[in-house]
Design a protein around this ligand. Structure first.
Ligand SMILES: [Zn+2]
Length: 212
């Protein structure tokens, strides 16, 4: 049975189990193990239709996928630019601090400053050097991984329904488990709770963030 173990009852949180009627139709209802629910049988076809309807709801066209990827790539490029600039500024500051330390040591050797000032300033510069080094380390250059991952996910959503239709029972169950974190039956109606990031795509769809 396709939906075995995938759905729970909204009211009692118990298992929703299937039954075969007239030797061919699969129906599901709360198993009612807590004896607080009324058994209301729902056809498997109707439940699957709701789930596949969800894939339609978050369906994106190729143009929409390209638009989102462009947006992410632009953002990543800006971020790279910012990181490069920050790295350049920090490196300049580090070089300057190193020069100051060298000069300070020279002045100390030449007897131009007293020992107290020398140690005081040396510690100040060394602290500065350490702070800048740590900050520089925190700005490591990223990659284009985000845009690539986003494209993979969006294309997976695009092909999900087709993939579902042509899959084996096991694969169908895996796909549903992959897309939905929570499936509950609420008085004969199916509640779908998509996993991240699919819920975000559904939200974007609802808000029509892109041009039609
Ligand atoms: Zn129940």
């Amino acid at each position: 049975m396709l939906l075995r173990g995938l759905i729970t009852c909204k009211k009692c949180a118990g298992a929703v189990t299937g039954d075969i009627k007239k030797e061919k139709y699969v129906y599901y209802s709360c198993h009612n193990s807590k004896r607080i629910c009324i058994k209301k049988w729902v056809k498997e076809e109707a439940l699957v239709k709701d789930m596949l309807g969800y894939f339609d709801r978050i369906q994106l066209t190729g143009d929409q996928i390209d638009e989102i990827i462009d947006f992410i790539e632009d953002y990543e490029a800006q971020e790279q630019e910012f990181i490069k600039n920050t790295q350049r500024i920090l490196t300049e500051k580090l070089n300057l601090t190193q020069e100051r330390i060298s000069k300070l040591i020279d002045m100390h050797i030449d007897g131009k400053i007293d020992a107290q000032t020398y140690h005081f300033k040396l510690e100040e510069y060394k602290n500065e050097q350490q702070r800048l080094s740590l900050e520089l380390k925190s700005y490591s250059a990223g990659s284009k991984a985000e845009a690539l991952a986003a494209r993979e996910i969006l294309e997976m959503v695009r092909d999900a329904k087709e993939y579902f239709m042509s899959s084996s029972l096991d694969e169908k169950q895996q796909l549903l488990h992959f897309f939905f974190s929570n499936l509950t039956l609420d008085d004969g109606k199916l509640d779908l709770e998509p996993r991240e990031p699919f819920n975000l795509i559904a939200d974007m769809h609802d808000q029509h963030i892109w041009r039609e």
